[in-house]
Design a protein around this ligand. Structure first.
Ligand SMILES: Cc1ncc(COP(=O)(O)O)c(C=O)c1O
Length: 403
């Protein structure tokens, strides 16, 4: 079906009174404190854009049926996902490899529970998406950090440290964030090969969270970890979802790709004991939306990527030109830009205070992602340019008072 171009990423959509976590004053108060209810939100990772209309149409059609019973639509779902990966990533996924779960974060928790024991260590590469550490700690496991290193102005994996860390027999499970939230790296094939080789040599199971794999900026190419070689495919679990790519996070639907039959069976049985996951889990509308997005929203995504790239260029040039010293790291993937404010010579606490109190903007503060994130800020640039401009202008003005 040919898609009519009916989207306008410049359009500002009022999200008030929709329960949006990003915009809801009560959530802002809870997260940022009393008096911070009206911060301009560029924090949590959802977009202020309408989802593709093909998704709405598919859901409306199903909604009109008015019976929302237990549903199994694996055939259409799997076909859409397989075709998407063939077209966008040149990866041939077999339908048997696919399981579903109600979100990537829930899946992370389940897999940590299934493949590690209390007291075991789980490796993460910090700074990284903070629910990873939460899922490790809340399940009584230990976080083992393999901190990323900044070399030549770019975040890189530290393989010497990785090799030392995974040699510990208590490390059973490693979480790969690819592309990496929050530093915006799209890992190269060489980096992924080295990461995979070290983990496999030490018998560490890899959980590849590739939720941002379709948000890739021009000049970068996402490599699906399992598509590198069969050994990697057999020792890993990949997670993905349309929630970031097509702005559908409220629908709680994700896919797990597990080529290894034994692993897949273990996950399926574990999911059964929890009463979640396996084939056909997630949500009715999550499955409908995923299928519709993969089948029909490619032109929307291609335009979105252009818009995001322009937003990024605006952010980087504005901050770096107007606040000399601030470094905005190149964004290879995701819509989450990572900026280092430490060169301004202010403490991480002062940086946060200026952003919240002076600028009135809500960002994800770097220390949420690990200690080595202090003094950095994460900007969610997936919003109409006018909103981004308002936020950046306020941040620049806030800092200028102190420089
Ligand atoms: C790396 C990563 N994984 C998972 C999620 C959330 O996944 P879900 O909403 O499917 O639980 C996010 C959201 O920002 C993310 O950045």
């Amino acid at each position: 079906m040919k898609l009519e171009k009916d989207w306008d990423f410049d359009k500002i959509i009022d999200r008030s009174n929709t329960g949006s976590m990003k915009w809801e004053p009560s959530v802002l108060r809870m997260k940022f404190g009393q008096g911070r209810e009206n911060l301009l939100p560029l924090w949590v990772a959802d977009m202020d854009f309408l989802s593709p209309s093909v998704v709405r149409h598919a859901m409306e059609k199903r909604l009109a049926h008015q019976i929302y019973g237990y549903t199994m639509m694996d055939a259409e779902y799997n076909e859409a996902l397989i075709s998407w990966y063939q077209r966008r990533h040149q990866w041939e996924i077999k339908k048997d490899w696919i399981l579903t779960s109600p979100g990537v974060v829930p899946a992370t928790n389940y897999l940590v529970q299934r493949f590690t024991s209390p007291g075991d260590k789980v490796l993460i590469q910090t700074p990284v998406y903070y629910p990873f550490a939460q899922s490790i700690v809340s399940n009584g496991r230990q976080v083992l950090e393999n901190p990323l290193k900044i070399r030549d102005g770019r975040y890189q994996m530290d393989f010497d440290d990785l090799a030392k860390k995974v040699a510990d027999p208590r490390v059973k499970f490693a979480i790969l964030c690819s592309p990496h939230n929050p530093v915006g790296r799209v890992w190269s094939k060489k980096e992924l090969e080295q990461f995979g080789k070290i983990c496999l040599e030490n018998n560490v199971l890899i959980f590849a969270d590739e939720i941002h794999c379709d948000l890739i900026m021009p000049g970068s190419k996402h490599i699906c970890f399992q598509n590198i070689c069969d050994a990697f495919a057999q020792h890993s679990i990949t997670a993905n979802s349309v929630s970031k790519t097509f702005n559908l996070a409220g629908l709680q639907q994700s896919s797990l790709i597990i080529p290894n039959a034994r692993l897949r069976n273990e996950v399926s049985i574990f999911f059964e004991t929890l009463g979640v996951g396996g084939q056909g889990s997630g949500t009715l509308f999550g499955a409908i939306a995923t299928t519709a997005a993969y089948n029909g929203a490619e032109p929307w995504l291609d335009d979105l990527l252009v818009y995001l790239q322009e937003n990024f260029v605006y952010l980087k040039t504005s901050l770096e030109e107007q606040l000399p010293g601030v470094k905005v790291f190149d964004l290879e993937g995701t819509y989450l830009a990572w900026a280092d404010f430490k060169p301004l010579g202010l403490s991480p606490e002062k940086i946060i205070q200026i952003i919240e109190e002076e600028a009135g903007v809500a960002l994800d503060h770097g220390d949420w992602f690990a200690e080595n994130g202090a003094g950095f800020e994460r900007f969610n640039i997936a919003c109409p340019r006018e909103i981004l401009k308002k936020a950046v202008t306020a941040v620049v003005a806030g800092f200028k008072k102190y420089l």
